[in-house]
Write a protein that binds this ligand. Structure first.
Ligand code: SIN
Length: 293
């Protein structure tokens, strides 16, 4: 399923993770300045493998941010404040006893934006002793596995994606729900929050690879022009389809692991299996210049 064009790379070692997608990268220290060529090869590897895992990095917010900015401008997460002094870095944190696990559903990041972020860079700072893995799935493979008839139908659909979709939070607004879960202090409430609804083609074309991907996630409320009831059966079909095990890989984090994924062709899911432990990740999302098409 990986791109047949993935070349061997002279700058670092690439070890594919699964037949679905993903690769471990060895021999790179992102705190050191990466030459233009090395960075270009890293970007090439991301296009080929869709999600990269760079192990054993030692990053503080300033070095993390410096590396992040090489990938493009920051796409600010519209719901929560970033780190003190580093508003570009969003802390994904779960403390013992909390029942909410951020990202515990299949999704591509900030899909509800008009121009969703293209890359996410996530860095593991504190991990549970067991668990807290993240699953990734290949949305190209999901598209390619559809029958010709379903591809045709899917090609005519647009998704209505809503960051304030109350279905996801037990009928509550996201703000109320976050506040109830003890995250109120970090809530970010811009006066006019405008960028939380995005209508996108269900089948999108990746601007760099020109491959088609089945772009759907838990932020999808319904199909554009259809009611939620009408949309539900098809939505359930596509969501089950994208999470088929042969399209996926699983990341077992270690402290210092840095993951970079391409939201234009990848969906991910944070596993919630460490109720009594703490997990702390630092996240940067990179904005895209174009709307999905
Ligand atoms: C996310 O959904 O961006 C976070 C994933 C994770 O914490 O593993």
């Amino acid at each position: 399923m990986l791109s047949p064009h993935a070349p061997p790379c002279p700058d670092f070692t690439i070890v594919p993770t699964s037949g679905g997608l993903g690769a471990d990268i060895y021999g790179i220290d992102v705190t050191k300045p990466l030459s233009q060529v090395k960075f270009k090869n890293l970007k090439r590897a991301l296009l080929d493998y869709q999600v990269l895992f760079i192990r054993d990095q030692s990053l503080e917010p300033d070095t993390f941010l410096k590396f992040g900015k090489r990938w493009g401008g920051i796409h600010f997460y519209p719901y929560m404040k970033g780190l003190e002094g580093y508003p570009e870095i969003f802390e994904v944190i779960k403390n013992p006893g909390e029942d909410r696990t951020f990202g515990n559903r299949w999704h591509s990041d900030q899909m509800y934006s008009e121009k969703p972020c293209k890359f996410t860079i996530l860095y593991a700072r504190e991990l549970p002793r067991i668990g807290g893995d993240t699953l990734f799935t290949n949305l190209y493979a999901a598209y390619e596995a559809l029958s010709p008839g379903m591809k045709k139908l899917a090609g005519r659909l647009r998704t209505y994606n809503n960051g304030d979709n109350t279905k996801r939070y037990g009928g509550k607004s996201r703000d109320n729900w976050y506040a109830e879960k003890g995250m109120g202090g970090k809530l970010h409430r811009p006066k006019a929050r405008t960028d939380v609804v995005g209508i996108h083609p269900l089948i999108r074309t990746h601007p760099d690879t020109r491959r088609k991907a089945l772009y759907i996630g838990d932020q999808t409320e319904r199909f554009d022009g259809m009611s939620e009831t009408e949309s539900q059966p098809l939505y359930d079909f596509f969501m089950k389809h994208v999470s088929k095990d042969t399209f996926t890989c699983r990341l077992k984090w270690q402290p210092g692991t840095l993951a970079i994924w391409d939201n234009r062709c990848v969906s991910h899911y944070a596993i919630s299996d460490y109720p009594k432990e703490r997990r702390v990740m630092h996240r940067i999302t990179i904005k895209d210049a174009v709307k999905p098409y």
